[in-house]
Design a protein around this ligand. Structure first.
Ligand SMILES: NC(=O)c1ccc[n+]([C@@H]2O[C@H](COP(=O)([O-])OP(=O)(O)OC[C@H]3O[C@@H](n4cnc5c(N)ncnc54)[C@H](O)[C@@H]3O)[C@@H](O)[C@H]2O)c1
Length: 372
């Protein structure tokens, strides 16, 4: 067994910086190359990470026997196509969220992974957060989940590009030509919520209702999901204001006598039980996040590179396999269908998954809990 996984970063923008820091911290990983359609971006990340080379040509990396895996950090709507090329070239894939934009893309990637020997890991890191692990330990059967994602217009790159700096004031969001499919839109940025709701609910969705505008999908939205166990969830996404008090990510889980809330995955408060949650995790003077006991706070994001290296080098249960990674795409696509049809749509999670035998994959059947 090789002792190091040689990786290439594909897409050298904002998020690749954070993954690079974690690649460099992972003793079983080595940065071999970087790729970006913008040469300066690829060069900058290569220099920071001590890569052997940088390139604008994805093929160069895919045909390089010294590269075992790609870390795909390019723009959201390029992920499926780049994943398919990488899988065909026999490279393991770690791909930023969302891994695919449509269910057809999801099936194509699932089939390619299923017919190959490569490992594929998606990046819905909320799953690995200590807050999520603890919450699922204490509340096994939620009745209601609310998850809100609020992106201030000033942080939404697409809005600024289309509507100018005062995005939310200049034009109504229903005029956004890309709508929910755009960068920083409900799926690119709010897809987390769809994953998390499903994972925490531990029940399969059976009906989805989302309201668009005149039969046209809109970005700022509320997606209502009814689950097989009768429970319900609301995913609220806004890029037209942030409210001030409620943070970018806020989740509330009501489980009858016991309920819980998390503020940005930096705190966890329980009600109706003496079970301890997490006090606000704070930044100390050095800017290092620490949990209340003084240990460095690991969000779940920070662990992803190490998890991926272990998966590729040693095998074992995939922390976020291709089928589990596709669940938010399925829920999103059904929400879009509901907006277009102006009515709730019935859903069957089996439609989210391509498998050779037509069976529901274990990871999806167990809501991400993996194989026994
Ligand atoms: N996991 C997280 O917490 C998290 C946080 C932020 C962003 N993201 C995701 O990461 C992805 C990238 O986001 P970002 O903020 O870094 O965006 P960004 O715009 O800063 O960077 C994207 C980079 O990809 C490059 N690129 C575009 N198309 C390419 C292609 N076909 N081949 C190679 N390079 C290409 C661009 O030139 C750019 O340098 C998005 O899908 C986003 O949703 C994840």
């Amino acid at each position: 067994m090789a002792d190091k996984l040689n990786v290439a970063i594909v897409g050298c923008g904002g998020i690749s910086r954070y993954h690079l820091a974690n690649i460099l911290k992972t003793p079983t990983m080595r940065l071999a190359a970087t790729v970006d359609v913008v040469e300066t971006a690829a060069r900058e990340r290569a220099e920071e990470g001590g890569a052997e080379y940088h390139t604008t040509d994805l093929e160069r990396v895919l045909s390089d026997g010294g590269v075992d895996a790609v870390i795909i950090c390019s723009t959201h709507d390029t992920h499926a196509a780049i994943s398919l090329e990488a899988i065909a070239a026999g490279k393991h894939v770690f791909v930023e969220k969302p891994p695919m934009m449509t269910i057809e893309e999801a099936w194509a990637v699932q089939k390619a992974v299923g017919e190959s020997n490569v490992q594929f890991m998606g990046a819905w890191w909320f799953k690995h957060s200590p807050v999520t692990l603890r919450l699922r330990d204490v509340i096994k059967k939620p009745y209601f989940i609310l998850f809100t994602v609020r992106i201030p217009p000033s942080q939404n790159r697409r809005n600024k590009a289309i509507f100018g700096p005062n995005a939310a004031d200049g034009a109504h969001q229903v005029d956004d030509p890309q709508g929910p499919y755009g960068a920083d839109g409900v799926f690119d940025n709010g897809g987390y919520a769809l994953y998390w709701i499903w994972h925490v609910m531990r029940s399969q969705p059976v009906e989805i209702y989302a309201m668009g505008y005149g039969g046209k999908p809109t970005n700022t939205s509320t997606i209502v999901i009814r689950f097989d166990n009768g429970s319900v969830a609301n995913s609220v996404f806004s890029d037209v204001g942030s409210g001030g008090i409620v943070p970018k990510y806020y989740g509330e889980v009501l489980g009858g006598s016991v309920s819980a809330a998390t503020n940005r995955f930096r705190s966890l408060v329980f009600e109706g039980t003496d079970e301890p949650g997490f006090e606000e995790i704070y930044a100390d003077g050095t800017g290092i996040l620490k949990d209340p006991s003084g240990k460095p706070y690991r969000a779940g994001f920070d662990e992803e590179m190490e998890m991926f290296a272990t998966l590729c080098l040693e095998g074992g249960t995939n922390p976020m396999d291709v089928w589990e990674s596709s669940v938010p795409t399925f829920i999103f696509e059904k929400a879009i269908e509901s907006m277009r049809e102006r009515k709730p749509v019935s859903v069957d999670i089996r439609d989210a998954c391509w498998t050779p035998d037509g069976e529901l994959p274990e990871s999806v059947a167990t809501f991400g809990d993996g194989r026994e």
